[in-house]
Design a protein. Structure first.
Length: 189
């Protein structure tokens, strides 16, 4: 059995499963050979779970042959770009301000001041930082049709989430003067 093949639940993309293995046990027996108790468990593995066995997702309970679980295509993660609402009350104070500048004036990054501008998919193979840098370049030099915001700049927010993985928390990043700052409380209010 290959240990590099990955299994993912096609329903919930879970990574943990219940499978049946066949193992040897040492028993204590009586004089007739009748079972009394287990002395040692799993002394030998007779059959490791393989892709012909039934696999059951520990997260959602979905059952199928292991083969099915190896064919799951996990969707790309989603990104959303949020920008300050130009009609919001504090827009003039907040627009294009970096975090230091906001802090100095006693202002905070508040979700209520933002509106959703654009969503799309990003490769799940990129680290968050790589994905942010790619988005920054794309939304400054190669802006997609239908994008109604301004080019990605200081005070904008990028949110990452896999919408299909309800257990994956979203992560939000503030575009600061020099790089990105994660906003741990975004989406919790
Ligand atoms: Zn599942």
């Amino acid at each position: 059995m290959s240990h590099t093949k990955t299994h993912r639940c096609p329903k919930c993309f879970g990574r943990a499963f219940s499978v049946t293995a066949h193992v040897a046990q040492n028993w204590a027996v009586d004089e007739y050979g009748n079972y009394i108790e287990v002395i040692a468990d799993a002394t030998d593995i007779i059959h490791r779970p393989n892709d012909e066995d039934l696999w059951s997702c520990l997260n959602c309970g979905h059952e199928a042959s292991g083969e099915i679980f190896t064919k799951t295509v996990v969707p790309d993660y989603h990104f959303s770009i949020c920008q300050l609402n130009p009609n919001g009350t504090n827009y003039r104070d907040l627009a294009f301000s970096n975090l230091k500048n906001l802090e100095r004036r006693g202002l905070e990054v508040c979700k209520d001041n933002y509106i959703h501008i654009f969503s799309g998919e990003r490769s799940r193979n990129d680290s968050a930082l790589d994905a942010l840098e790619k988005l920054y370049t794309r939304f400054n030099t190669d802006i997609p049709d239908g994008f109604k915001g301004h080019s990605l700049s200081v005070s904008d927010i990028v949110v990452f989430q896999s919408e299909l993985l309800d257990k994956t928390p979203l992560t939000a990043y503030f575009c600061d003067s020099f790089g990105w700052v994660e906003l741990p409380n975004w989406g919790k209010s």
